[in-house]
Design a protein around this ligand. Structure first.
Ligand code: 5GP
Length: 203
């Protein structure tokens, strides 16, 4: 049956393992597209332009805002982050599901614009787990880690506005749960061309 794609937002504190879980999810479901965000933060470690993020200057980012070329954007820890609109809309119109790995401010903006989107909150099992993961990652200063932990506490207050909550205890298990959500959401009649299916197969 023909369908339009579904927009799936995965939010969760920095260090909650969104990237690792999304990687496992796309390995299992290769038709899923993960949107590449734009940001004004500097590349970290081996991150590459166009693959991990589009690394932009503040001027370039503000031009994208002015041109309405972002589906959503937010200021996170003093840097801009946003979702380029065009590739997302193109993939959805060809029936592919698109994953956005974005913060809670962005997730709630997307829900306002696309009420049919699916909001999934990925949470580490505890604050201690999150702190340990951020420290082990070794890419942030002690001050940045503190900022990210207190930002996480603020984000957690919005959990009830999300459609699903997944605890990231084990990566494979979290990816399996999100895969099950994606599969179930694809069965919603609102996304499917039910009329032409019935016309062709049930006349
Ligand atoms: P990081 O700097 O660790 O890659 O990301 C910091 C935070 O920004 C994470 O919570 C991440 O989900 C969020 N983020 C990444 N891309 C986007 C985006 O396009 N829009 C919004 N609103 N948040 C984003």
């Amino acid at each position: 049956m023909k369908s339009i794609g579904n927009l799936i937002v995965i939010s969760g504190p920095s260090g909650s393992g969104k990237g690792t879980v999304c990687h496992a999810l796309t390995q299992e479901n290769p038709s899923l597209v993960v949107s590449v965000s734009a940001t004004t933060r500097k590349p970290r470690g081996a991150e590459k332009h166009g693959i991990d993020y589009f690394f932009l200057t503040r001027e370039q980012f503000e031009e994208m805002i002015a041109g309405d070329r972002l589906l959503e954007w937010a200021d996170v820890y003093g840097n801009y982050y946003g979702t380029p609109r065009e590739p997302v809309e193109k993939n959805l119109s060809t029936g592919r599901d698109v994953i956005l790995e974005i913060d809670v401010q962005g997730g709630l903006q997307v829900k306002n614009k696309f009420p049919q989107c699916v909001l999934i909150f990925l949470i580490p099992p505890s604050r201690d787990h999150l702190e340990t993961r951020l420290k082990q990652r070794g890419t942030e200063s002690a001050g940045d880690i503190e900022r990210r932990l207190s930002w996480a506490e603020r984000e957690l207050k919005e959990v009830q506005k999300y459609d699903y909550l997944v605890i990231n205890d084990r990566v494979e298990e979290a990816a399996r749960k999100i895969g099950a959500i994606v599969t179930a959401e694809r069965c919603r009649p609102a996304l499917l061309d039910v009329e032409s299916f019935l016309k062709t197969n049930w006349k």
